[in-house]
Ligand binder design. Structure first.
Ligand code: ADP
Ligand code: ASP
Ligand code: MG
Length: 833
């Protein structure tokens, strides 16, 4: 390498001979993917009100560099390439037809010639060398820049086109491609002699080498072209336009929760890019640092968004870590042995051997005992590295001083980057805590002395899980709940409406971060990486995918989110059967459905046992809907009180019927009225049978530690045996057969000056549900029409029972009971509401 050729990172600021200031833009392949997008880019540039001239660096149309690489590979290996060549040609001609429909710019003919030349070149490609390969690889930018120039109005419209191969001179060096600034500047001055002012479209990615042959700046290199040309043209700033809002806290394809960074320092951007953030080519920052050129990353699809500013200042940040990135396809190389301890020069020997072998080292770690040194190298260089190090220590290995060299394949390095980590306490702890929660084993750790980067080597299989967990450790509230809702029926819909109204109020308080990420009915489900809006959750199910419950559950229990919660509003016993398994896996479960609480005792026990796995099971809405019935009982028991008995009205429907039933009209008339008002179940026998009330009583009894089952409850079924087996219509037609027996019971009560009430009772004598005639003054006689009423008689409340009373049915209050349970869980996890 000629000594007058500084490496990119050490470049001296080239001073432009011109006093004209430019504004520089670079558009990535994603922004130039087709004619429509190229037009959009032209419109975006035309809409600027700036009076300074522009230089616009263009990447190839998206996918074209890959296509050219593969084309060259096919031609070099003698495989058929004509179809692929033709596809590429058609793609470009199609764009030309849209951008230059009247052939004013002759771009179609120009492309025909260019592709004919490529055809000739590929035809003679059998012994192609790397330089010819690079020349072909870089043609995409030649074509795309021409298309963009035409879209902008061409020469006539004041847009010149600069082929970087005529100006930019580079040389490949150890640290990447180095720019020969003085020759490039001279070349540019010559080029500008004919074009002293005006806008310029520049080919990204390509350049000429010392021998004047076409070369490239490496994959993704047009970002680097952007900053090089911005500096050569003495630009005020460089905007890199891409398909994301800016530099995000992590690769959004891997971490759905990644957030856009407002600003970052050059150093931070360099670290992120070197450690795998493909949004920027790692060398991009070097010319900018030297020239103090600010770089802004922005989204072509959302030009109004502010993007990320990269400059000398780091800027304020919510987290000490700015970004996380991942380098893949690595291997861990370890040299170990007691004979290494305290021996000077071991590391030097190891790294000299690697250098000799041309192996680049991504990360180094050595314990202070010096018993082993390990480093991370590229997977495709691992074997070469092993052989080299083994050879360097051959004598020591033979003498038994060194065990040998071990290679662990399939390694990734996860790097946390941020200037704010300097001097910050606890940053590493947070990272390791996040990884530990996701059960990711760390193979090696390195922290640079700059403290701007902590890197950990992990197994490739753990990498994405680790990345997400680390991300949530730094960016998410520890209370973030990933929520799945099953069964958006009446209650589910009411709950969604309450979520829609209330969740925004909790956002941003550092308290509750509840994310509805999955919704399912009995047939379909919708899963979202981030959140489903409660407003559109139900309608969205129409376009959902077929329900796959296990996929639903694993989606809700996302590794990158700290907590998972399933809300089961399905009323389906088969769903309740999954609770033990979910709870054991640490998923919290909330339900208004009585299946689990009053179903088979064995399953109930399994659920109770499973909650030891960390998942909480809450079901306040199963008794008295939104009334705090279960919570009240729990509070008494948890504070050392003992239950003596429970008595109450547990059905709003039966409360309404017997509040109205005073003999003035037959019971069947009241029943039909209640049915028409929607107060009863679709089949009113479900209310009259007393089973539903009995289920609630079982739930309360179990809550109090009594292992009761439905069979243990004495149920006074109000439906005469003759009506029990009929279908619903037939039953409704013969409902007046209820009248005589109930009239008789009412008259008997009235004879003693009493009324009838449908009560549930639990005491030492057992559990009973049915009609009784309470003594005058009994609380059940004073309830409002559909009120539920629960009286707890406990040791503390022995003479005067503790009473919970109020409307105990309806989707709104039931949903509120469910919501309350969700908030209880969130609070128990640390959310402040
Ligand atoms: P362009 O065609 O504009 O050059 P690239 O595909 O080269 O676009 O780079 C943008 C892509 O980089 C994004 O779409 C995103 O998937 C990926 N990416 C990886 N890491 C990050 C990150 N930390 N922030 C933003 N984008 C990232
Ligand atoms: N077109 C080149 C590539 O795909 C350069 C770039 O887009 O930055 O690597
Ligand atoms: Mg790119």
């Amino acid at each position: 390498m000629p000594s007058n050729l500084p490496l990119a990172g050490a470049a001296t600021p080239p001073v432009s001979p011109s006093q004209v200031r430019y504004r520089a833009h670079k558009f990535g392949g994603s922004s130039l993917a087709d004619a429509v997008r190229i037009r959009r880019v032209a419109a975006l540039l035309a809409s600027g009100t700036d009076t300074v001239p522009l230089i616009v660096v263009a990447s190839a149309m998206q996918g074209v560099t890959d296509a050219l690489t593969s084309l060259a590979g096919l031609a070099a290996s003698g495989r058929p390439w004509h179809d692929d060549w033709n596809d590429l040609r058609r793609q470009h001609l199609a764009a030309a037809a849209v951008l230059d429909p009247q052939h004013l710019h002759g771009v179609a003919d120009w492309l025909q010639h260019a592709f004919a030349d490529l055809h000739t070149e590929l035809g003679a490609f059998a012994d192609a060398d790397a330089a010819r390969l690079a020349a072909v690889q870089g043609l995409g930018e030649v074509w795309s820049s021409r298309l963009l120039q035409v879209a902008l109005g061409g020469d006539a419209g004041g847009w010149a086109r600069l082929d970087a191969r005529d100006v930019l001179q580079v040389q490949s060096g150890e640290l990447g491609v180095a720019v020969d600034w003085s020759r490039s500047r001279g070349n540019l001055a010559a080029w500008r002699a004919d074009r002293p002012a005006g806008n310029v479209v520049v080919t990204g990615f390509i350049a000429a080498d010392g021998d004047g042959r076409a070369t490239t700046l490496g994959r993704n290199g047009s970002d680097y072209s952007g900053s090089i040309f911005a500096v050569l043209f003495n630009a005020i700033e460089l905007t890199i336009w891409t398909d994301v809002d800016g530099v995000l806290s992590a690769d959004p394809r891997r971490v759905p929760d990644a957030v856009c960074l407002e600003s970052m320092s050059y150093a931070e951007a360099c670290e992120m890019a070197y450690f795998g953030a493909t949004v920027l080519h790692p060398q991009t920052m070097a010319p900018a640092i030297q020239a103090g050129l600010p770089i802004r990353i922005r989204n072509t699809s959302d030009p109004g968004a502010p993007g990320t500013l990269i400059s000398a200042a780091s800027g304020a940040a919510a987290s000490p870590v700015k970004g996380l990135s991942l380098v893949e396809q690595l291997a861990l190389l370890e040299l170990s042995g007691a004979g290494l301890m305290g021996v000077p020069g071991t590391a030097e020997r190891m790294f000299a051997a690697l250098r000799e072998a041309g192996v680049s080292v991504t990360m180094i770690s050595q314990g202070s005992s010096e018993h082993s040194i390990c480093c991370v190298v590229r997977a495709d260089q691992a074997e070469r590295a092993r052989v080299a190090v083994q050879a360097a220590f051959a004598k020591a290995i033979a003498a038994g001083q060194v065990h040998g060299v071990a290679v662990t394949p399939d390694i990734c390095v996860l790097a946390a980057v941020g200037d704010g980590m300097v001097g910050g306490v606890g940053v590493a702890a947070r990272l390791f805590d996040g990884l530990a929660r996701a059960r990711v084993n760390i193979r090696a750790i390195a922290q640079g002395a700059s403290e701007r980067n902590i890197s950990v080597a992990v197994a490739a299989d753990d990498a994405v899980r680790g990345l997400r967990a680390a991300h949530s450790a730094f960016w998410l509230s520890r209370q973030t709940l990933s929520v799945g809702l099953i069964g958006p029926g009446n209650v589910g819909r009411a709950l969604l409406a309450q979520f829609a109204a209330m969740l925004p109020r909790y956002a941003g308080h550092g308290g509750l971060d509840l994310r509805l990420r999955a919704v399912a009915d009995s047939r379909r489900m919708t899963l979202a990486a981030r959140t489903i809006s409660p407003e559109t959750a139900v309608a969205g199910l129409d376009d959902g995918e077929p329900l796959d419950l296990s996929h639903f559950v694993s989606h809700v229990q996302a590794e990158h989110l700290p907590h998972a919660l399933i809300i089961d509003c399905s009323g389906n016993d088969a769903i309740a059967a999954h609770y033990p398994q979910w709870l054991a896996a640490g998923i919290h479960v909330v339900t208004p459905s009585k299946h689990a609480g009053s179903g088979p005792l064995a399953r109930y026990r399994a659920i109770r046992a499973a909650t030891r796995g960390g998942g909480q099971f809450r079901y306040e809405a199963t008794v008295g809907a939104g009334l705090p019935v279960i919570q009240t009982l729990r509070n008494q028991l948890d504070t050392g009180d003992a239950l003596i008995g429970i008595e109450g009205i547990l059905s709003g429907t039966l409360a309404w019927l017997f509040n109205r039933f005073d003999g003035s009209q037959p019971f069947s008339h009241l029943l039909r009225e209640a049915h028409a008002l929607g107060y009863t179940e679709p089949d009113p026998r479900d209310d009259l049978s007393g089973i539903d009330v009995a289920r609630k009583l079982v739930i309360l009894a179990r809550e109090a530690g009594r292992e009761l089952s439905l069979d243990d409850v004495a149920i006074d079924n109000l439906v005469p045996p003759a009506l029990r087996e009929l279908d619903r219509e037939a039953f409704l037609a013969r409902a007046d057969e209820l009248d005589a027996p109930l009239r008789a019971r009412l008259q008997a009560a009235q004879a003693e000056g009493r009324m009838l009430r449908h009560l549930a009772c639990l005491d030492d004598a057992g559990a009973r549900v049915g009609l009784v005639a309470p003594e005058p003054g009994h609380a059940s006689l004073h309830g409002r029409l559909t009120d539920n009423l629960v009286q707890f008689r406990t040791r503390r409340y022995a003479d005067n029972p503790l009473v919970v009373q109020g409307p105990g049915a309806g989707p709104e209050v039931t949903a509120a009971g469910v919501f309350g349970d969700v908030l209880m869980i969130a609070q128990s996890l640390g959310a402040r509401l």
